[in-house]
Structures are given as C-alpha cells and as structure tokens.
Design a protein. Structure first.
Length: 234
C-alpha cells in the first residue's frame, strides 16, 4: 500500500523534473522503469518496473473511477484496448485548480520529463483511474484532510468538478505535502547523525579511559623496572 503523499513526492523526487528523455523502449537506470508515460505513472505509484502500459495497466494495476472521485495521486488517460504506442497516454493527477482546470504530471513524447502542467479541463476521451494499491484506507489523517479540501460541492454538465473551495492553490497543497515529507526525512537524518556523533563520542571517551589506564600501567612498569634494576655502583 502506498500513500497519496508518497505518490506526490515521487512525481519529481525520483526522476528530477525535466531530467529524463521520453522513450517507449529505453529503460531508466537504476530503477528499471520505462521512460514513457505509463512507465512514469508506474514509477509514481511504485507499482514495479513491469507495471505495464496503457493497454495492460487497466485491471491488474488500476481501475476506472468517476471524475468527481478523482483525488491527488490518481491518473487520467486514454487507456485500454486500442491505445498501444502513440494511440494512448496517461497522466498523474495532482489536483483540481478551479472551474474544471487541473494540475497533472506527465512524461510526454518529444521532450524531457517529467513535467508539471496546468490543463483547462480533462482532455477529451480521457478517463480517470485509481491505482489498485491506494485508497482511503491507505491515507494518513493529514492526507485525508487535504484530500477532503480538494472535494468540490458541484460539477459541470460533464460530471467534472466545477469549483475549487479554498483560496490556496493545489500547487501550494502539493508543495506542502512535499515540504512535510522532506522535513520529516531531514529530522530523521538529523537524528541519525546525532546518534552517530553520540556513538563516536562514547567510543572516544572509552579510548580516553583506556589511554589513561595504559599510562598508569606504563608508569608502574617504569617504577618496577627501576626498583628491580641491579645496583652497579661500588
């Protein structure tokens, strides 16, 4: 089970934004994910390098959901039978931006990715999908609160959310996800460094005590040597 927070973090922290050339055949190293749209979404979902493509992901890896149920970390795309190669595409859904607009992350053809984009609406022919290994049961309390903030009360004639109820943008929420995760990991790293220093200090103290014991022993040996030495005078 992966959390939505982790999915959003992976959008540009495993592959840095704009660092990977698009390819339907090349495999990125060392993680082993294909450098195309479905490979990138599989990477974000941490579903494994053999996560499939836009045809084979439907069912084993993800399932279709209603547009109004879209939550950060889900996906939108032209997927399923007949979407082989350039006929299909999939994008990672970051969140709604208001009036049906949305933010997505994608690995798109003809350029280097991943890229974060603003879309005025879900593209025609695209359907929403959810990773099979994420859901409400996989969300922390904090994630559930933020996901609830993205929920809109109304929808347009096509069933897509028509409003964004909060003043802050989706980007701010995503940055907050990432900032919180980075702060947590920095705290963990700092704790590990402190523990390491404490271990070093403990060993240095032990070495210092051992050095003092050796010094005392050497002094005793020197005194003993002088005491036991034969008197050559007279």
């Amino acid at each position: 089970m992966i959390t939505r927070e982790d999915i959003l973090w992976r959008t540009n922290h495993v592959w840095a934004e704009g660092s990977v050339p698009y390819s339907q055949s090349a495999v990125h190293q060392p993680d082993g994910y294909r450098q195309d749209c479905s490979g990138y979404v599989s990477l974000c979902w941490d579903s494994g390098p053999q996560g499939g493509n836009t045809v084979t992901m439907v069912g084993p890896v993800m399932h279709e959901i209603s547009p109004v149920d879209l939550a950060p970390g889900d996906a939108i795309g032209r997927c399923g039978p007949g979407t082989e190669g350039d006929n299909g595409h999939i994008q990672l859904f970051e969140g709604w931006a208001g009036d049906g607009a949305l933010y997505i992350w994608e690995q798109a053809g003809g350029t280097w990715g991943p890229q974060r984009r603003w879309l005025s609406a879900i593209p025609w022919g695209y359907k929403p999908y959810r990773f099979n290994e994420v859901g409400a049961e996989g969300m922390s309390e904090r994630e559930a609160q933020l996901a609830a903030t993205w929920t809109t009360s109304g929808s347009d004639q096509n069933g897509y959310p028509s409003g964004f109820p909060e003043a802050d943008s989706v980007k701010n929420y995503s940055n907050r996800f990432i900032e919180e995760r980075m702060n947590t990991r920095m705290d963990q790293l700092a704790a590990s460094v402190r523990a390491g220093f404490e271990q070093v200090e403990g060993r240095m103290r032990s070495l210092g005590a051992l050095s003092e014991e050796l010094e005392v022993l050497l002094r005793r040996l020197v005194r003993q040597h002088h005491t036991d030495a034969p008197d050559n005078e007279g």
